[in-house]
Write a protein that binds this ligand. Structure first.
Ligand SMILES: Cc1cc2nc3c(=O)[nH]c(=O)nc-3n(C[C@H](O)[C@H](O)[C@H](O)COP(=O)(O)OP(=O)(O)OC[C@H]3O[C@@H](n4cnc5c(N)ncnc54)[C@H](O)[C@@H]3O)c2cc1C
Length: 438
């Protein structure tokens, strides 16, 4: 087989771009990654604020993130998973209100027993929830593509929706249940609950998000002759019949092929793409996307929080999930509180949101002192809105030598780290199969 001739340009050093880079380098294809920002990771990256290492948003992974976990094993070599994550069986706990705890049983019994024993739901709701999940399993977690999650849940009690299904949907799809895609939500449920009990484990990172994957991937790539350029924005792509021209402010360079792994809202800014008819269709689909924000508020209480679990469910007024960053390798007393989707209570000044979240936490734990420090990071376009029936482009060849990746191109999953890494690997594999020559 012919040796690869020329390098592959990867535009975007988020989790999709770095997954593509690792896949290509593993196969012996040299790559150059162009990342506009000064730090790798895109929407899952480290942020330094007043000498504190935070993330742009609190993230969790699932045991079912097979592609991401496999890449992590590749780039971290022998480093044990427990150094990177706090991994636990699914245990959703809203103090004094709700508890869903999976026991150490094989799937699907772990979920059935957890639902039957859920605290906070009356018996008839628990039985109805188990029957609902059994129906979903019989239907192989499939439904019409136009169905919304709210319509899927029509037979579930309002309490089961409020305590269980809505928080799960918003956490997984970052989209309100009234418009969220039931088809994609069921894919997530199948991925987490259908095969192995470990798939529904929750993994909370113990390192910052850039160190967790993209920076370890960059070291892996560099050790195999690849290159990662930070602060390097691709302005234009010169796509002709031959090699692809990648234009930055330093000029144009030629590459044998390119993987475009920018966020969906950043695709249209790549000049030269719209003139290509294959890309124009993709740009048209992406132009129709709406986006949902995620806000993460950090509060430093200056002393250990001593919570029963590092991740707790909140009532959504306004915080939805609480993470004890001190128990996860961060500064003792540092709380991270997540508010997903564009809820009205979070559409306020950051200082006001921080006060409201502090009130919410000290309502639950009155012994907490006032926070010594707080900071909110709002990602306005955290994910595309995963609404029912949304047409989306697929990862892979846009045309000869030009490949698309990114969390919005996985056909089955919502915008997640796993969708991003799967798309990067899929695009790289297509490229490897095509073996473009200079
Ligand atoms: C606050 C928040 C919380 C989240 N929580 C979770 C979670 O708990 N679990 C989960 O699985 N997912 C979560 N997600 C979603 C997850 O972070 C994303 O799905 C994933 O990071 C997307 O990766 P990507 O590589 O596809 O895109 P991006 O991360 O958007 O990467 C694109 C990269 O391209 C770069 N770029 C853009 N244009 C150019 C250019 N012209 N030249 C060079 N570089 C360019 C950008 O700077 C960026 O680094 C969350 C997202 C946010 C924002």
């Amino acid at each position: 087989m012919a040796e690869p001739s020329g390098r592959v340009a990867i535009v975007g050093g988020g989790w999709a771009g770095m997954a593509a880079a690792v896949t290509l380098c593993t196969a012996g294809w040299p790559v150059t990654v162009f990342e506009a920002a000064k730090v790798l990771g895109g929407r899952a990256r480290r942020v330094e604020v007043e000498e504190r290492r935070l993330d742009n948003g609190q993230h969790i992974l699932l045991g079912a993130y097979a592609q991401t976990l496999s890449l992590l094993r590749t780039v971290h070599g022998g480093r044990a998973e427990r150094e990177l994550f706090d991994r636990r069986r699914l245990h959703l706990e809203q103090p004094g209100v709700f508890r869903l705890k999976t026991p150490p049983l094989p799937a699907p019994w772990h979920l059935a027993v957890a639902l039957l024993g859920a605290r906070g739901l009356p018996r008839h709701d628990r039985l109805a929830t188990v029957a609902f999940v059994r129906r979903l399993r019989r239907a192989r977690f499939r439904c019409a593509s136009q169905l919304t999650v709210a319509a899927l849940l029509v037979d579930q009690s309002p309490l089961a929706v409020t305590l269980l299904w809505e928080p799960l949907c918003v956490a997984a799809l970052n989209t309100p249940i009234d418009s969220a895609s039931a088809h994609i939500f069921l894919n997530v449920l199948r991925q987490a609950f259908a095969a192995h009990a470990r798939d529904s484990d929750v993994l909370v990172p113990r390192t910052d998000l850039s160190a967790l994957f993209p920076e370890a991937a960059a070291s892996y790539v560099a050790a195999r002759g690849g290159e990662v350029r930070l602060g390097s924005t691709v302005l234009r792509l010169a796509v002709q019949d031959g090699p692809i021209g990648v234009v930055t402010e330093k000029g144009e360079e030629r590459f044998v092929a390119s993987v475009l792994a920018v966020g969906p809202h950043q695709l249209a800014a790549l000049a030269g793409l719209a003139e290509r008819s294959a890309a124009a269709a993709t740009l048209g689909q992406v132009a129709a996307f709406a986006y949902e924000p995620i806000r993460t508020t950090y509060l430093d209480y200056g002393r250990p929080l001593d919570l029963p679990l590092p991740m707790l469910k909140l009532d959504g007024n306004p915080g939805q999930w609480l993470f004890d960053r001190g128990a996860l390798g961060g500064a003792p007393g540092l709380a991270a509180v997540v508010v997903s989707t564009d809820v009205a209570a979070a559409r306020v000044e950051h200082a006001e949101l921080e006060r409201a979240i502090d009130r919410q936490l000290r309502g639950l734990w009155p012994a907490l002192p006032p926070p010594a420090w707080s900071q909110t990071i709002a990602e306005r376009r955290a994910t595309y809105a995963c609404v029912a029936g949304l047409p989306r482009p697929l990862a892979g060849a846009l045309e000869k030598r030009l490949y698309l990746a990114g969390d919005y191109t996985d056909p089955d999953l919502p915008a997640t780290l796993e969708a991003a890494t799967r798309s990067g690997v899929a695009a790289a594999r297509q490229l490897l199969a095509a073996r473009p020559q200079a």
